[in-house]
Design a protein around this ligand. Structure first.
Ligand code: HEM
Length: 407
């Protein structure tokens, strides 16, 4: 089969990657993509192993630009003062544990539970203020901004910075996961450097003026040896959270509204019985993951599904393909909010880097669906819409979801 035809930036794949994932999983579960310069892995059992087995599959490349930047883009980063260093996401155990332990403080069950009131109050306010015309784009009205406001609350970032942080995060996504031409790369690199400087300034401000927020905790909490994180480490963690903390969840919420309304009986079931909502969130995460690819690099030669990978091989883990693997999920292309095995999905990764924000993302999705089903049970998709997606390889969500309802 023509694995060389695999093009994760192609329009057909961006619009709906699942037919291609099914084809690859069955015919070439591990193959070399010359266009990407990555080994592409798509069976559940292999993806889970790659994510978990950190001694063989290093996370060092997980945030690297998938398209090597041109020299001018590299220079724009240097000139822009960009100096992020490997921290947390792209560091392997045991060193990983040092920052993971401190970053976890933001996401303990107690801290996440404390966020519920803020999330619910914000969702109610957005619904009351922005959803009263009988039609709206649910992304621009609600799901684009809400997760940013939530992570801002955790980090102590002012709400007035939503637009600039969202722009900075979008630049970073294009730089890490996109395939831009050279001129565009330079612009993206400059935007990303500006976003980096914002994170550095935030860290510096809290070093000088600590407050009651997680940024101050990051700056001041000592590691096990009694040493605080360096300013570069703190800024790098903020740079990560001010992207991972909202883009992923915006995408989850967009997928959720779309898929639940496409399967109208599911939406009606949630309106009638909100206790079904947590299970529905897991099924949305499985069926239409907001992270469809993640990355690792081999530290030694290794065999996967009968294919020999050399040492130093870049591996593209197709989380989206794994989540529809019929070996694990019965009738995997069926959307079923009561599916028992839904939470086996790999959407939050697996192993030592398992997503720290998963409890917060689940909380936000549950509260949004509780509030939307209660306030707008007649919600439906506007007819004849096509969905568009960012031209990037890792994160995936509809850029708009047009809805209508009876007032
Ligand atoms: C639907 C929402 C989300 C999805 C699908 C998602 C997905 C992921 C994935 C795939 C990873 C990599 C796991 C691995 O390497 O095995 C990850 C790591 C991470 N995520 Fe999320 N994420 C989401 C929401 C969030 C939120 C809301 C936050 C923060 C508020 C967050 C913070 C992080 C951090 C800090 C890591 C790195 C953890 C580490 O390296 O130890 N994520 N996430």
């Amino acid at each position: 089969m023509a694995t060389t035809a695999f093009d994760p930036f192609g329009e057909t794949f961006l619009a709906d990657p699942y037919p291609e994932f099914a084809r690859l999983r069955a015919a070439a579960p591990v193959f070399w993509s010359p266009a990407l310069q990555y080994w592409v892995v798509s069976r559940y059992v292999d993806c889970k192993r790659v994510l978990r087995e950190y001694t063989t599959f290093s996370a060092a490349n997980s945030l690297a630009p998938v398209t090597p930047p041109c020299a001018r883009a590299g220079a724009a980063l240097v000139e822009g003062g960009f100096r992020s260093i490997p921290t947390l996401t792209n560091v392997d155990p045991p060193a990983h544990g040092r920052t993971r332990r401190i970053a976890y403080l933001a996401f303990t069950p107690r801290r996440v539970a404390q966020m519920e009131g803020f999330v619910r109050e914000t969702v109610r306010r957005f619904i009351a203020d922005r959803l009263h015309e009988g039609r709206a784009d649910i992304v621009s009205a609600l799901t684009w901004e809400l997760p940013a406001r939530v992570i801002f609350q955790v980090l102590g970032v002012p709400a007035s910075d939503v637009a600039s942080v969202k722009t900075g995060a979008a630049n970073r996504l294009l730089f890490m996961f996109g395939r831009a031409g050279e001129d565009e790369q330079v612009e993206i690199a400059a935007g990303m450097a500006e976003f980096w400087r914002y994170c550095e300034a935030l860290a510096e401000d809290r070093r000088a003026h600590p407050r009651d927020d997680f940024t101050s905790d990051l700056v001041h909490t000592p590691d096990r040896d009694g040493k605080p994180l360096t300013q570069q480490e703190v800024a790098t963690i903020l740079f990560g959270l001010l992207l991972a903390g909202h883009e992923t969840t915006t995408n989850l919420l967009g997928h959720a509204v779309r898929r639940l309304l496409e399967h109208r009986e599911s939406w009606e079931a949630l309106c009638a019985d909100p206790t079904l909502i947590p299970g529905a969130v897991e099924e949305v995460l499985r069926y239409d993951s907001s992270v469809i690819h993640w990355r690792r690099r081999t530290t030694r030669p290794v065999e996967l599904s009968g294919v020999e990978l050399p040492e130093g091989a870049d591996v593209l883990v197709s989380i989206g393909a794994a989540n529809r693997d019929p070996e694990v999920f019965t009738d995997p292309d069926r959307f079923d909010i009561r599916r028992r095995e839904a939470s086996e999905h790999l959407s939050f990764g697996n192993g030592p880097h398992y997503c720290l924000g998963a409890p917060l993302a689940r909380l936000e999705a549950r509260v949004v669906l509780e509030e939307l089903t209660a306030a707008l049970p007649s919600l439906r998709l506007a007819p004849d819409q096509t969905y568009t997606f960012q031209p990037i390889i890792g994160f995936r969500g509809p850029t708009s979801v047009q809805v209508e309802w009876e007032n």
